[in-house]
Design a protein around this ligand. Structure first.
Ligand SMILES: [Zn+2]
Length: 309
């Protein structure tokens, strides 16, 4: 009997208690994770194993395999970012024709920026709502004597790209674009020359050396599997510790200097009244901000293939 009473009484008591508590303090709603938007810009020259145009250019005998390796490195960065709490990831296909990434191999909730021309170029789609940017497969600048396929924006047409007086890598240019939006760059992968050059200018960050450059067309490389594993871990750590990195902000107005391989490119671009010709092969453009400078670069890059030699 006693046992019966207790068994009967306890649920009644518990029910009464729950009723009292629920009247005093409504149950908290299910916790919703704060949005964490991450941007990943992906190039190809810095991907493990890439050494020549055979891997980089559609039609090259290894291109189809290497666009898969490029995709795998990008996916590794996505998964690392997601493991660190990213709720939204945008990936920009930023090599060659902007159509190298195999989009069906990405997690379903990722969005991918493809093809050109586009405002923001290698950072298209980035805005101030993103918490951090990551660079995958990046390479050294055109003024660096080391580095596999070292160039800045256009290997065919530009011999130097300078920002506010200093020669820059694509990574620095893109970091300055992101910095103007308040977004820090927290991770980079590429060959040793690229990592040294970029961290020398932007400061230490989480990085992965995918290969050791032995020359413009030669490297001692990690295997794709090892490179992906390192990129996953690096991206995970970088996004987890994103608060340790500050946006890279350059002073405005921004002075852009470009030297062309071609004499006539410098001549014809300087017909624009906003452009000053600074020497036989070089021009200067001053933009109000990084967005304007990037638009000007897109303009030059898009039309330079049609320029006379
Ligand atoms: Zn590039």
């Amino acid at each position: 009997m006693r046992e019966f009473r207790l068994r009967f009484a306890l649920p009644v008591l518990a029910g009464a208690l729950w009723l009292t508590m629920s009247q005093a303090a409504p149950a908290a709603p299910a916790k919703i994770a704060a949005p964490l938007k991450i941007y990943i810009s992906v190039d190809m020259e810095g991907v493990a194993g890439v050494v020549t145009g055979d891997q980089l250019i559609p039609g090259g005998f290894e291109y189809e395999r290497f666009r898969r390796f490029m995709t795998d490195e990008a996916v590794a960065a996505v998964r690392g970012a997601q493991a660190a709490g990213a709720t939204e990831v945008v990936v920009s296909d930023s090599h060659g024709n902007g159509e190298s990434l195999l989009i069906e191999l990405f997690p379903k909730d990722v969005r991918i920026v493809r093809s050109w021309p586009r405002h923001g170029e290698m950072m298209a789609g980035l805005d101030s709502s993103f918490a951090a940017a990551l660079f995958v497969g990046y390479h050294a600048s055109t003024t660096n004597p080391k580095g596999v396929r070292a160039h800045t924006i256009s290997s065919a047409h530009f011999t130097r790209v300078g920002l506010n007086g200093a020669a820059v890598t694509e990574a620095e240019l893109n970091a300055a674009y992101a910095g103007a939006l308040g977004v820090p760059v927290v991770f980079i992968s590429g060959d040793d020359a690229a990592i040294n050059e970029v961290t020398g200018r932007l400061g230490n960050m989480e990085s992965v050396v995918t290969k050791k450059s032995l020359g413009f067309h030669s490297a001692e490389t990690l295997t794709p599997a090892v490179s992906c594993e390192k990129i996953y871990q690096g991206a995970l750590s970088a996004v987890s510790h994103r608060d340790q990195r500050k946006p890279y902000v350059v002073s405005t107005p921004v002075t852009l200097d470009i030297s062309f391989k071609s004499y006539t490119s410098a001549e014809i671009v300087s017909y624009l009244h906003s452009v000053e010709r600074t020497d036989a092969h070089s021009i200067r453009f001053v933009g109000h901000d990084m967005a304007e400078v990037m638009d000007f670069i897109v303009f030059l890059d898009y039309y330079s293939p049609e320029m006379a030699p």
